[in-house]
Write a protein that binds this ligand. Structure first.
Ligand code: SF4
Length: 401
């Protein structure tokens, strides 16, 4: 069976350089299909015809047929997917330097291309993600080669999974084990989940009945009451965070709730997606509404500020795309909209999904779940996030600055 390494990633993140270094170091054949749409069967044949056992493919990864390409190689190749990202401003700067005055092929400037690619890549799970704005390409190449050496065939997972469980495992497998396998009681209760749950409970109440318009004080009281109900004693950093959340909720009340043109269809709408082969994926959509233009929308409210560069391996946009797929199934719709709404700023990342997106989204979640199910080591992944980890006390290897 062939061993195929896909280097996907942001424009200007160093895919070509890293691909060539790895191909040279491992004796692999190198294929550049970045920026191309291609019939998946033709790529399978192309890979099969290459004389080497190893193949490095440089590929944008943002094209809609990327999951189909991967599926077409199942049974004929063992695939490893590595994502190279960098902050959008770094990508734009590199592109300007690299191309002088040359503009993108389809006109305009690089910024929209870079931002679109950034969003799209955030719905593609990968075996590893590297921020080439922070790590040298030589280091990335060495780490990718080591990862590629360790890749092995994985069996299909079964059971029920959720985004939060998968995201925690991706951030630190050991933290996942403490929480979901060992049911270890977190020694340090964290403010963020308490405030997040309280804010979502207050929003669900605010939007629950379209015929009633609660005032802002009642909305904020609802939030504070939820915080008090769920806060354990000894959580000292809560006051500042509660004030920040109140500011964000008041901003949302004034700029979104009071001026809304849409109609709420449901709040906290639960779903379970059947991914086939005994695997399912469940979640809860914060709010479903019908927009003035007639679109049915799934909205995910976040207490974090607007668009953030995500250097982690968590495919956060895949979360809202699963909401879109669930919405199409629940309400039997051919097209839906999904929105990630930042409460402190009102910024929204919006995607429109059609029935054609369902196989891609399901395939992406299955791939992600397959990697997760194959992990039986639950190795610690120390990062700066250890400072907020509930399991610092039992952890044998917390991050030390
Ligand atoms: S302290 Fe860090 S390494 Fe340890 S479990 Fe928590 S996140 Fe993982």
């Amino acid at each position: 069976m062939k061993r195929v390494l896909f280097l996907i990633g942001q424009i200007g993140a160093g895919k070509t350089t890293v691909s060539r270094v790895i191909a040279d170091a491992t004796g692999a054949a190198f294929l550049d299909i970045a920026g191309q749409r291609h019939a998946s069967t033709s790529l399978r044949d192309q890979v099969a015809r290459l004389p080497t056992e190893r193949v490095v493919i440089e590929c944008g990864g943002a094209s809609a047929d990327f999951e189909a390409v991967l599926e077409s190689l199942v049974g004929t190749a063992l695939t490893t997917i590595v994502k190279l990202v960098c902050p959008p401003e770094v990508a734009i700067q590199r592109k300007r330097c690299a191309t002088a005055l040359r503009l993108p092929r389809y006109g305009g400037n690089w910024a929209p291309h870079v931002l679109w690619t950034d969003t799209r890549l955030r719905s593609v799970p990968a075996d590893a993600t590297f921020d080439t704005g922070a790590v040298s390409l030589a280091e990335v190449s060495a780490e990718v080669i080591s990862l590629w050496e360790r890749s092995r065939p994985l069996s299909a997972p079964t059971g029920n999974l959720s985004f939060s469980a998968l995201a925690l495992w991706e951030r630190c497998p050991l933290a996942y084990r403490f929480k979901h396998v060992d049911n270890y009681p977190g020694r340090f209760p964290r403010a963020d989940p308490i405030i997040g749950s309280a804010a979502h409970a207050a929003l669900a109440w605010l939007y629950a009945d379209e015929s009633v318009v609660p005032g802002l004080p009642a909305f904020l009281d609802r939030f504070r009451a939820a915080v008090s109900r769920t806060t354990p004693p000894g959580l000292d950093d809560l006051r500042t965070k509660v004030t920040e959340a109140e500011t964000a909720l008041a901003f949302h009340y004034d700029t979104s709730f009071r001026t809304r043109q849409d109609r709420t269809v449901g709040t906290e709408v639960g779903f379970s997606l059947d991914l086939g082969g005994g695997l399912s994926y469940s979640g809860v959509i914060d709010r479903v509404c019908e927009s003035q233009g007639g679109w049915t929308c799934a909205i995910d409210y976040k207490l974090t500020r607007g668009r953030r560069f995500l250097a982690s391996n968590v495919p956060d946009m895949l979360q809202i795309e699963t909401y879109g797929v669930a919405l199409m199934a629940l309400y039997r719709l051919p097209v839906v909209e999904v929105r990630r709404h930042a409460l402190p700023t009102g910024e929204e990342e919006v995607r429109r999904l059609t029935l054609n997106d369902i196989p891609r989204v399901k395939s992406a979640v299955r791939r992600w779940a397959t990697r997760f199910a194959a992990d039986h080591d639950y190795a610690p992944l120390p990062t700066k996030l250890c400072g907020w980890c509930q399991f610092r006390a039992p952890c044998p290897a917390p991050y030390v600055a």
